[in-house]
Design a protein around this ligand. Structure first.
Ligand code: PDD
Length: 282
């Protein structure tokens, strides 16, 4: 696999990252995962805007964001993915400097890494639906930044996996926020409900695509906080994100949601999203 690291394209096995890298020492960095369909980056501008926001909030400078799209495109070509479905992973850290809580000296170059690899979405659970569990949200208070500090997310996801579930849904004081690696939407009274975009959740790009698709499909939408106690009242729960598309959540904490099977709104949104992402045959 050919990857990009700090100005060079090279075999992944040749990449050298310093043990002094702030990403390694402090999880001091941000990342993005972008889907590519037939070599075309999906919602590229939105992903780069979110990356720029994260860099600004963390005060990481010196990144030439304008060059990254071309680097991603070259990685897709160089790895034979120009006609395939793939993901591009992109990570930027504050760079490498002897360990100190203080920022490194001005001018320390950030570490910039990109890779592209083939990707297949989880079509089985998209069809059958999947189980989720709720877990207490033990993350920090800036979940709006897509940082590489994902320990609470991985612990939650592992807990879900060990419980035989597909995703963990974070609940902060009983308020349902998002999944360990996805946004979560709810359906009640035939209205698609999204939790408000606060510092406690990521502004998911798939979530915003789903909103536009819902409007086009004449599905009513609302934004409001949803509480764990409401779970028995939801007709549907949807997990949405770059690496899952739309997965109906049919069971939460062992209890069925709605009829315990994927619902009509999930189905409608799935097919509308599919039309949007699959290039029309020419
Ligand atoms: N995760 N919330 C969290 C905590 C996430 O990690 C993600 C995506 C989302 C969905 O965002 P988007 O629709 O923009 O992908 C919401 C990525 C894919 C990951 O960590 O692999």
């Amino acid at each position: 696999m050919i990857v990009y690291c700090n100005g060079e394209f090279m075999e992944k096995s040749k990449v050298v990252i310093s043990p002094d890298d702030r990403g390694f020492l402090f999880a001091d960095g941000v990342y993005e995962v972008i889907r590519a369909y037939q070599g075309r980056l999906f919602k590229r501008a939105e992903h780069f805007d979110r990356l720029a926001y994260g860099l600004k909030e963390l005060r990481i400078g010196g990144v030439d964001l304008n060059s990254l799209a071309a680097i991603a495109a070259r990685l897709l070509t160089d790895n034979g993915l120009a006609k395939a479905d793939a993901t591009v992973y992109l990570q930027i850290t504050r760079g490498s400097a002897p360990r100190s809580h203080r920022f490194p000296p001005t001018g320390t170059p950030p570490t910039c890494y990109l890779e592209a690899k083939p990707f297949s979405p989880p079509t089985n659970v998209q069809q059958t639906g999947a189980a989720a569990i709720t877990v207490p949200d033990q993350r920090w208070a800036r979940c709006d930044i897509k940082t590489i500090a994902l320990l609470a997310n991985t612990l939650a996801h592992q807990q879900a996996h060990e419980a035989g579930a597909f995703e963990a849904i974070f609940a902060r004081n009983g308020v349902l926020q998002e999944g360990s690696h996805s946004s979560i939407l709810f359906v009640k009274d035939n209205v698609l409900i999204s939790p408000p975009l606060t510092n406690h959740i990521l502004a998911g790009i798939t979530r915003s695509v789903v909103h536009s698709v819902a409007a086009a499909e004449s599905i009513s939408t609302a934004t409001r906080s949803c509480h764990e106690d409401e779970l028995p009242e939801f007709q549907e729960v949807l997990m949405v994100g770059t690496t899952v598309d739309i997965v109906p959540i049919t069971v939460v904490n062992g209890r069925p949601i709605g009829g315990g099977a994927p619902g009509p709104i999930a189905r409608k949104l799935q097919s509308a999203l599919h039309k949007l992402t699959q290039p029309s045959p020419s």
